[in-house]
Design a protein around this ligand. Structure first.
Ligand code: NAD
Length: 267
């Protein structure tokens, strides 16, 4: 089967919610063994219980991906647990704060996002969680994949790394475009070890990001009106790309960023 991930040992960071959860389901439903790494213990427990009861081989580890040592330990423990590490989805990420709302109304730019006002703490946190974590996860994935001469690494970037959305602020733009280029660099370095590295750049998905701001009245309608397909994506819609990039179906794709946005970046 071209898209088979049967028996794979997989890691999905930020796997207890949203796009990451869609990735976990895609892999587990197709016979992979999946470790969700997430900061949110309650979500980890709930999703592990739900997916285990449904008969899938999943487990949850509480890991802060912005902590290099924690990533190193969790990856080593997982590779040991499965006896192999076939694919890593470095997906965990955060929104930068209130400005996310201004994506739907470009006239509304929070003044705290102006370059001269942008808080160092906000900058550091977004870079740490959305960019440094990707550097850590790619490095630790490579450590376990190179000796086996096989592996897949997939990073969740954003349409923000394709086209600037000024309302989201400087740090998110820099982190996501930095992550996209880090992926290209890693793809070149790891090609000789048959480790393929790609990124997925989602447009607006209905998830819990930004404390679930998309569930506030009017937000989904506002987003939808700016998307050529006239709706936001559900987390199930990440499953196809997940299987493509994890399986033999993408054996000649590396260093690529694949946009999944309902035409958002074209509109
Ligand atoms: P989400 O909030 O629903 O899920 C993200 C998960 O990551 C949460 O469970 C959270 O607890 C976890 N997480 C956050 N910080 C972490 C850390 N330091 N260590 C470990 N886990 C951590 O959000 P989502 O929308 O599914 O976001 C997933 C990825 O998709 C992010 O990288 C985000 O930037 C990206 N993205 C989302 C959208 C969208 O429209 N939802 C669009 C483009 C890109």
């Amino acid at each position: 089967d071209l898209f088979s991930v049967e028996g794979y040992g997989a890691i999905v960071t930020g796997g207890a919610s949203g796009i990451g959860l869609g990735m976990v389901e895609a892999l587990a439903e197709n016979g992979a063994r999946v470790t969700m790494m997430d900061l949110n213990s309650q979500r980890l427990e709930e999703q592990t219980a739900r997916l285990t009861a449904a008969g899938f081989d999943v487990r949850g580890l509480r890991v802060d991906v912005s902590d290099r040592e924690a990533v190193r330990k969790a990856f080593a423990q997982t590779a040991e647990h499965y006896g192999r590490l076939d694919c890593v989805f470095a997906n965990a990420g955060i929104d930068p704060g209130p400005g996310f709302v201004s994506m739907t109304d470009r006239s509304q730019r929070p003044t705290e996002y102006a370059l001269e006002n942008y808080a160092d703490e906000r900058w550091d946190r977004v870079i740490q969680v959305n960019l440094n974590s990707v550097f850590y996860c790619i490095g630790e994935a490579a450590r376990h994949m190179k000796p086996r001469n096989a592996g897949r690494i997939v990073v969740t970037t954003s349409t923000a790394s394709v086209r600037v959305s000024p309302g989201i602020g400087a740090a998110y733009m820099a982190a996501k475009s930095g992550a996209a280029h880090l992926v290209r660099n890693a793809a070149l370095e790891l090609a000789r070890y048959n480790v393929l590295v790609n990124s997925i750049a989602p447009g607006p998905f209905v998830t819990n990001i930004g404390d679930g701001f998309v569930h506030q009245p009017g937000v989904q309608e506002a987003f939808s009106s700016r998307i050529p397909l006239k709706r936001m994506a559900s987390i199930n819609e990440i499953k196809g790309l997940t299987l493509l990039l994890a399986s033999g179906a993408s054996s000649f794709i590396t260093g690529e960023q694949i946009v999944i946005d309902g035409g958002y970046t074209q509109g």
